[in-house]
Write a protein that binds this ligand. Structure first.
Ligand code: PA5
Length: 440
């Protein structure tokens, strides 16, 4: 398996290698804390050894369930939000085609917003379709997916009949608790468990991510194998790239770079940026600390955000995900008239132009005071993505401990929910309703 590589040359150029190396003892301590499981949030470390510990039986069960949905459905709607959505979406976008129908059912997403028009349009689209539902909620009580599931379950039962609908719904939730577990038991849905010790944003390599990915026809064993290779190399210390990433981003933060922008040069990685933002934002943004995670899609965003990044406030650094080999070859043709002046590129691959855009941008940015790192992934295949996912997860655990926060809780997520429930006059929130109404 070709390995992913991290290059920190253009971060060193900005703050010096010594500033990065000075953090090695802290990073090693953070890794030991993760491995020994004796730090804050240590009851949420199930993800740490997940790639190696996932049994062939679970993989077979996921693949068999996916196969049944592929056979019986033309469309599968995955319902979930946050960690119950972004990992699957990121991998599906990276591995699938951007255009045209996939090999197998179309995989759509719902419950990741409360957009009324979104849900209306989805319901219209599903009319007359043979659709199935994968409903994912660890808590089983999250409002956004609960609303979407109530609507789509009703529609599926109306279209297919209640008994048939129950065979087309798969629930992924807590082993014992929550409304979704209760409903799944009473309706006889096929279920998978999200273990107590795996937080939502670290759950992509559980059935939460693996089932939608398998439904789309991708090789989940290859994804797990990639993650396992990164797990083993990181935890036994033979590969310290995740550690170097944690060290470098913390060194940059301490040098005043408060915002990290994850940059891709492939539109297929847009949702990898969204997944990464949740992973790092929810893990590190606490106690009034934390690197703010942002993301751009280049070269598209060089034409919108490029000015700010090159020349705005100097509080940012970048981490570029660079895909070494494209899966397909497209060459720029010669044109007899050459009105666009592009003949100097004739015969070159589009990717060569893209790579020069990337290199030119990185040099311009470091010259303009924006240090950058580069993660090179061999190609957009399952094994490379598995490595990348685990690389980011384990680096996030280390980095959070280096920042001095508990990387595995998310107390701040509850505040908007409390206000929303109070405003919606949810039973049990009477006092909060009274208090919030006085403020508006
Ligand atoms: O990382 C997290 O814990 C959150 O983003 C959750 O995944 C998200 O809020 C969805 O929660 P649940 O799966 O309980 O519906």
């Amino acid at each position: 398996m070709e390995k992913i590589q991290l290059c920190v040359k253009y971060a060193e150029a900005a703050i010096g290698r010594d500033a990065i190396d000075a953090l090695r003892p802290e990073a090693e301590k953070a890794l030991r804390t993760l491995v020994n499981g004796d730090g804050a949030g240590n009851d949420f470390l199930g993800w740490l050894r997940l790639p190696a510990d996932t049994t062939p039986e679970l993989v077979a069960d996921i693949n068999a369930t996916a196969e049944a949905l592929r056979r019986d459905c033309d469309t599968v709607v995955c319902i979930g939000i946050g960690g119950s959505y972004l990992g699957a979406k990121a991998v599906l976008e990276a591995l699938g085609s951007q255009f045209g129908k996939a090999d197998g059912p179309e995989v759509l997403f719902a419950g990741q917003n409360i957009g009324e028009d979104y849900l209306y349009e989805l319901q219209q689209y599903l009319r007359g379709r043979r659709f199935g539902i994968i409903v994912i909620s660890k808590s089983g009580t999250t409002t956004e997916p609960a609303i979407a599931f109530r609507l789509l379950k009703e529609q599926l039962e109306a279209q297919a009949g209640r008994e048939a609908a129950a065979k087309l719904i798969v629930a992924i939730t807590d082993a014992r608790r929550g409304a979704l577990r209760t409903l799944a038991t009473s309706e006889g849905y096929k279920t998978f468990v999200i273990e107590d010790n795996v937080g939502g944003r670290f759950s992509v390599l559980t059935p939460v991510g693996l089932l939608p990915i398998a439904v789309a026809g991708h090789d989940i064993q290859a994804l797990l194998d990639g993650a396992k290779a990164m797990q083993e190399a990181t935890l036994d210390g033979s590969d310290s790239q995740a550690m170097l990433y944690a060290m470098t981003r913390n060194a940059l933060y301490r040098a005043g770079k408060k915002i990290e922008i994850l940059v891709n040069y492939s539109p297929k990685l847009h949702y990898m940026g969204e997944w990464w933002k949740q992973l790092y934002g929810e893990s590190e943004g606490k106690d009034h600390r934390g690197i703010f995670p942002a993301a751009v899609d280049n070269s598209t965003d060089l034409h919108s955000m490029g000015q700010w990044i090159q020349d705005g406030e100097r509080t940012i650094f970048e981490t570029v995900i660079s895909v070494d080999k494209q899966s397909h070859r497209v060459e720029i043709p010669t044109d007899a008239d050459n009105l666009d002046g592009l003949n100097y590129l004739a015969g070159k691959r589009v990717d060569e132009v893209n790579k020069m855009a990337e290199l030119g941008t990185r040099i311009a940015h470091v010259d303009g005071g924006v240090p950058n790192m580069r993660i090179i992934i061999p190609s957009l295949d399952a094994a490379s993505l598995g490595q990348l996912i685990y690389f980011f997860e384990v680096a996030c655990g280390m980095s959070g401990y280096m920042l001095g926060v508990n990387p595995f809780n998310q107390p701040g997520v509850e505040d908007y929910k409390r206000n929303m429930f109070a405003l919606l006059e949810k039973p049990g929130y009477e006092e909060a309703t009274k208090a919030i109404k006085e403020r508006i």
